[in-house]
Design a protein around this ligand. Structure first.
Ligand SMILES: [Zn+2]
Length: 216
């Protein structure tokens, strides 16, 4: 039966078509992005299928609740698209091509910094603009990393890039706990329950390591 496999995991359910593991999404996100809502749409838990080869975007465990597909949404779902325009950031309109073009042209990316600045100013609205309902910064960072590798090859000089100092995106494998904690605090309101729990653990870890650094 649908949902049985993941029923012991809060906030996760299998897509009814591909069985892909799907995270719960706020009903506000569904209501904001589905073009036409069904009459009598139940106030229940909805899930977001991220599988690229699947047309389903949102579904619920109750059979009478909505199942929406790509064409039912007001926006193109970036993770399911292969052709342009392929959205990477829904709040500020950056596409995958914008990320690639900047990197090809300048060998660097400023898009993460631009988005971060706007998020800090409270100008984002991921919960009503992004199909996942979550902040896009994590996936934009991954796209930047992949684009850098495509341009510079698998041996990209990511570790040799300068740390900070200007507005450009710097890529480094070194874990910066202060930056991580700041991102967690910034994005906390738009994370789902599971991610909030994980984020809290990360934040506690950071607090403990801060205390440790002070004691030493
Ligand atoms: Zn699916």
């Amino acid at each position: 039966m649908l949902g049985e496999r993941y029923c012991d995991r809060a906030g996760v359910a299998p897509c009814p078509v591909t069985d892909a593991r799907s995270n719960q999404v706020d009903i506000l996100t569904v209501k904001s992005l589905v073009r036409q809502l069904p009459l009598g749409m139940p106030n229940t838990e909805y899930y977001f299928c991220e599988a690229q080869d699947c047309d389903v975007v949102y579904f619920a465990l109750e059979p009478q609740a909505l199942v929406s597909r790509r064409e039912d949404l007001l926006v193109r779902v970036g993770v399911k698209e292969t052709a342009d325009p392929n959205p990477a950031c829904y709040c500020f309109g950056f596409t995958r091509k914008n990320i690639q073009d900047e990197i090809v042209k300048t060998r660097r990316s400023t898009i993460v910094e631009q988005i971060t600045r706007e998020v800090r100013e409270g100008n984002c609205a991921c919960e009503v603009k992004s199909p996942s309902g979550k902040c896009c910064l994590g996936s934009v960072r991954l796209l930047v990393r992949d684009s850098m590798r495509n341009v510079e090859g698998p041996e990209a000089k990511v570790a040799e890039q300068p740390l900070g100092g200007d507005d450009s995106m710097t890529i480094t494998p070194k874990l910066n706990l202060d930056e991580l904690a700041a991102s967690v605090v910034r994005c906390f309101p738009v994370l789902n329950l599971l991610e909030q729990r994980l984020s809290l653990e990360l934040y506690r870890l950071w607090l403990r390591s801060s205390r440790f650094r002070v004691l030493c």
